[in-house]
Design a protein around this ligand. Structure first.
Ligand SMILES: C[S@@+](CC[C@H](N)C(=O)[O-])C[C@H]1O[C@@H](n2cnc3c(N)ncnc32)[C@H](O)[C@@H]1O
Length: 261
């Protein structure tokens, strides 16, 4: 266990892991998850819908838009399928850089690095607010060529960046070096679902800053880019497959969208 891992304090990555049915969580995370789910009973359904959205977006970008380089920030604990598995099924040469700042994700990062030999995966242990640490990392420089289109994804993480100016700064700095044709994929907690708002308050009560955003605020995160159809929608309605189409609107607490630079 890394020394900076404080298992007595609940952490968003481990709460998410627990609610997705994972094993990489501790008592404090399970206790926090229980009170959050009391306030927001559909959260586990919403989290699964979000995870499926991540996979649909990654598949779409690889299969329909020919993207072969992926920078996934706020990756989370390994959960099947991981992003690199989705895109390397489309093309085994796909290259993926994962970023997270939770030490427990770092401990399990080996499971994220099981690349096809033709491709590559790398892991950067960094806070997304420190865009220089991400963009200047050896892992990114050795894996991704920003002169070719890159998919940048911030899936279910920007709700933990409550300051709007900070969120805009991070996005602007991450997208600045990326070639035209690069994409930005986001999902984040929506202010339009009362359970999402209650869930956000329950996270805050456990010491985790969470902000629910309006559609207009989510749209604003993509300023200067072109939103792809269907625009900003609840995640299960973004190019749904049959499984996503079966999810009821009231259970989904995240909005998502994808835009092109
Ligand atoms: C809810 S999980 C989402 C995981 C994955 N993207 C998904 O959608 O399935 C949020 C992840 O973001 C990470 N995270 C939260 N704040 C972060 C920050 N400031 N910098 C880097 N990662 C962060 C957490 O450690 C956690 O792994």
């Amino acid at each position: 266990m890394p020394p900076e891992l404080n298992t007595a304090v609940p952490h968003s990555a481990r709460i998410y892991d627990y609610l997705l049915g994972g094993k990489d969580n501790f008592e404090a995370d399970r206790a926090a998850a229980a009170t959050i789910v009391e306030a927001s009973p559909s959260l586990p359904i919403s989290m699964r819908a979000n995870r499926q959205y991540m996979a649909r977006v990654a598949h779409y970008l690889a299969a329909e838009r020919g993207i072969r380089q992926f920078l996934d920030i706020g990756t989370g604990l390994p959960t099947s399928p991981n992003l690199h598995e989705v895109v390397q099924r489309v093309d085994p040469r796909s290259r993926v850089v994962y970023v997270d700042n939770d030490p427990i994700v770092l401990v399990h990062a080996r499971a994220l690095l099981t690349t096809e030999p033709e491709g590559a995966t790398a892991y950067v242990d960094a806070d997304l607010l420190d865009t220089v640490a991400i963009l200047e990392s050896d892992q990114l420089k050795n894996t991704i060529d920003p002169a070719e289109p890159v998919s940048v994804s911030l899936i279910a993480v920007l709700q933990f960046v409550p300051d709007e100016d900070e969120a805009h700064r991070v996005i602007d700095e991450l997208m600045a070096p990326m070639a035209p044709g690069s994409t930005l994929s986001i999902s984040t907690v929506t202010a339009h679902n009362p359970q999402a708002v209650a869930g956000a308050a329950a996270y805050r009560a456990r010491g985790i800053a969470v902000r629910a955003r309006t559609d207009a605020e989510v749209t604003g995160l993509f300023r200067g880019m072109t939103l792809l159809e269907p625009g900003v929608v609840p995640v299960h309605r973004w190019r749904p497959d049959r499984a996503a189409a079966a999810i009821e609107d009231e259970h989904v607490q995240m909005n998502g969208a994808v835009a092109v630079k």
